[in-house]
Every structure is written in C-alpha cells, then in structure tokens.
Design a protein around this ligand. Structure first.
Ligand code: 8YV
Length: 322
C-alpha cells in the first residue's frame, strides 16, 4: 500500500504530479489553509502531512492518540509554525527544505533594501496615479545604498548570501550578529565583521537585515528599545519571520521618524497587515515573496519529495530537523 499523504496548499504542478505518482496523495484544492479541525483529522488519516508556513501546527492540533502521521515534510526552510516539541513527543519526524531558496530570499532582501532606500514603491504609486510633476533636482530624493553599512542579524545561509550581494554588488561594508562564531572563508572574503551584540550592530548599520529563525526564541528580538538603538536614518529589512519584530513598536518608530523606513516581506499574523503600515510611504511591503520564483518553488517541492521518499524507503532523511 502506498503511503497516504496530504498536501495542504497547491504546489507547483510538476511536483504535484510526482507526488501523485509516488504516493496516495490528497490535495487541498481550496485556496486557503486547512482549519485546526482539518489538521487534527489529517494526523489521524494520513501517514505524512506536507504543510507550508500558512499552516499553524501548534501543540493543540496534534491529537492525543490514534495518530497515523509519521512524518511532516515542510515546504520551506523556516519551521517555527510547527510545534517541534509536540512532533517529537509523538515520534513524528519533521523535515524542511534548506539551501534551495537561499539565493531567491537574499535577492528579495536586496530588492527591499533598494526599493525602500530609493523610494521605488512610492515613485511607482505616483506614476500610476498620474501625479508625476516631472523631473526636478529635488524630486523624490532617496538614500544612497552603495558603500553603506549593512548589519545582518543571523549569519546563516541566507544572511551570508545577502552579505555577498551587498559586498560584491554594492560595495557595502558588512557587520553582523550571530549567536555562535562565524569565521569561515566566505566571511573573510566578504570582510564581514562579527560584533558581540545585536545593539552594536544596530548602532552602526545603515540597513539592518533580519535573517534569524522565527518562533519563541527570537520573538520581538527587534523591540522598541532595539528600534531606538538604530540610527535615525537607518532602514529595517525583514525577510525572516514577522514575529521577530514587535510590529506595533515598528509602526511607532516609523511614524515618529525614529528610523527612516522599513522593507518587509513577512508580518506577524500574516496575511493580515496592520492598517497603519498600509498607509505609510516610508515602507515597502511584499506578500512573503522570498522564495516565490518558478525555479525555487519547484526545487523546494522536489526537496520535500526527496525527504518523503527517503523516509518511506527507510533511508536516512536528508533534511530532518526533528
Ligand atoms: C516559503 C519561507 O515560501 O521557506 C521559508 O521559510 O519563508 C518561504 O520562502 C514558505 O515558508 C512556504 O512555506
């Protein structure tokens, strides 16, 4: 009997086809995530659950008994939406898809840095509204990116890929905070300087880009006091997870000019976006597009398939996180 798997959202068609050939696959065809009750039922009925960031697999959706699920193969690298302690308690293996979305997420971080500093969103809105007053030396003046200091919080794969782009593409100086020491060849080549505290990075950086995991350990890592520690002309970029930033404190800092602007691809409680953010000109807002390219989404799906196949073949699972 083929393992029964459930896919909670639509995946790229080529990957869905492979899943359907290899497994007894159920696809959620609705354009929304599964409800808590549907997730709870999935644990009883399926050998594998293939969730995304928009499924909240908190402890309360793991049933107490009669769990059929043996593996959760997450579509994405971040897995703070999955209660890994609950998975561990029930003996469920959890996998993610590292590496394949590094470049595209770093590209989006650079896209946000450039867009917010050079006021690209604002400019486009002005043009679309038919309100361009014409070229003028003082029209829509932004902030120069090249040669500035980029502060990275979390120097993992994506942090490094962003640092590389900033250094070699834009001649930026890179400083960073990371809990453990990072001093490999690449860091040396980039000339990135590791500082001992988040505060020291915030005090020096013109752009602060977040690349740490979400979840309890980093919840509100960037809070009111850390926003106050940033330079007044600095920009905050978040392509990591919405809960890393205290969103209310950010709105407050942006509205009183505590920082110059923000480029955000992720939000606490997404897809809901605070009304105030939507009306601010000094922010660029993207709907969690970090990995959203044809190439990367297929690669993510294929990586999840490889994890599943290895698991059900009884081989070591490449990207096991629990
Ligand atoms: C994914 C992401 O699109 O992989 C991640 O951690 O944040 C995104 O790029 C998302 O997780 C899909 O589940």
């Amino acid at each position: 009997m083929r393992p029964r798997v459930i896919v909670t959202r639509r995946w790229p068609a080529t990957v869905e086809q492979i899943l359907a050939e290899r497994f007894d696959t159920t696809f959620n065809r609705h354009d929304s995530s599964l409800t808590s009750n549907e997730l709870r039922a999935a644990f009883r009925d399926f050998d594998a659950i293939l969730p995304t960031v928009s499924d909240r697999l908190s402890a309360s959706v793991f049933p107490d008994h009669k769990i059929r699920t043996k593996v959760i193969a997450n579509f994405g690298v971040g897995f703070s939406h999955i209660d890994t302690d609950a998975a561990h308690k029930h003996g469920i293996v959890v996998t993610n898809t590292p590496g394949v979305l590094t470049d595209c997420t770093a590209d989006i971080a650079m896209c946000l840095i450039l867009s917010v500093a050079r006021r690209a969103g604002e400019g486009e809105r002005q043009l679309r509204a038919g309100e361009w007053p014409g070229w003028c030396p003082t029209h829509m003046i932004g902030t120069k990116v090249s040669g500035k200091t980029l502060g990275i919080i979390g120097m993992g794969r994506i942090g490094k890929a962003t640092a590389r782009r900033a250094r070699f593409g834009f001649g930026m100086n890179v400083i960073f905070y990371n809990r453990s020491k990072v001093d490999d060849e690449e860091i040396v080549a980039i000339g990135a300087r590791q500082l001992p505290s988040v505060e020291e990075v915030l005090a020096e950086a013109d752009f602060v880009s977040l690349h740490c995991p979400g979840g309890a350990e980093n919840r509100h890592l960037i809070d009111a006091s850390r926003l106050a520690a940033m330079k007044r002309g600095a920009f905050l970029i978040n392509t990591a997870r919405g809960d890393v930033v205290d969103q209310n404190a950010l709105i407050e800092a942006l509205s009183r000019g505590g920082i110059a602007g923000a480029g955000l691809d992720v939000f606490d409680g997404e897809p809901a976006i605070p009304e105030q953010l939507r009306h601010m000109e000094n922010v660029v807002l993207l709907p969690h597009l970090g990995s959203a390219t044809k190439e990367t989404r297929v690669a993510m799906g294929m990586r999840a398939v490889e994890n599943l196949v290895a698991f059900f073949d009884g081989r070591p699972v490449p990207d096991r996180v629990v």
